[in-house]
Design a protein around this ligand. Sequence first.
Ligand SMILES: Nc1ncnc2c1ncn2[C@@H]1O[C@H](COP(=O)(O)OP(=O)(O)O)[C@@H](O)[C@H]1O
Ligand SMILES: [Mg+2]
Length: 274
Amino acid sequence: MEIVLYNTVAIVTGMLVTREKKEKERHLNTARSLEKSLVELKQTKQDLLQAEKLSAIGQLSAGLAHEIRNPLSSIKGAVNILAVDYPPEHKKHRMLKVLDCEADRLNKVLTAFLSFAKPQPLQSTRINLINKVEEVIGLLKMQAVSANIEIIRDFADSPPLIKLDEGQMGRVFLNIMLNAMQAMPDGGKLTVSIKKAILDKKEGLQLNIGDTGCGIKPEDMSDIFNPFFTTKSNGTGLGLAICYRIIKEHQGNIKITSRPQQGTLVSLWIPIES
Ligand SMILES: Nc1ncnc2c1ncn2[C@@H]1O[C@H](COP(=O)(O)OP(=O)(O)O)[C@@H](O)[C@H]1O
Ligand SMILES: [Mg+2]
């Protein structure tokens, strides 16, 4: 009798424990999926805010930029006329040079800004991403050699062709690689890798650009995509804002992780069909 009782208790306890375990697992799963949704929601909110910010700034300042262009060309014209009275040997000629250079610099910022404020529609074609990336590396090769920067490639064998706007995406790669190089004034390693990657069940290519440079301060991380945020004396702060917009227009993704004094990794994901 006692044995039967013991067995019954054991079986019931066992059943209860299994049920409790299952219940716990179910709760854990729910918690996990809720957590995932929260992360996704936060990302969407951030994307929306960023898009709103960019579009407001873009609209406001496109007109302003045009208004600045005209007086700038008048200033450049006046400099040329004054150069007759102040030839290179004159001690005030240096001042004219300052005027001329600063007007050029403003013009450069303005050009970058206008291309940012007035997004061009995508003109996508199907290309081999490796060729495009090689083309951009080609533009930077000489600069890398003289800055003592080693470029390391890690490309997947024959990745699938990808549909994107070559001109705009080329600018993204150039901006990011330039940032990487500017972060390594005393030399270092620039690593570029391309591999296939699935994101949200969509097939795409992941392009990672890593450097061993100065890194980004944790407190700056939330600002780096904002237009005009720069820590460089001659920066425009438009590079990453433009990259962000172009990547989002391609339905892609950009993620930056960084460690001060160690380096920065920019991960781009672009869908094969955008
Ligand atoms: N690879 C990098 N390493 C260190 N800092 C970076 C890197 N890329 C971007 N940053 C930081 O983000 C800021 C914004 O970059 P960007 O929008 O390209 O503007 P800019 O290059 O004109 O400063 C930079 O001034 C710099 O502080
Ligand atoms: Mg830049």
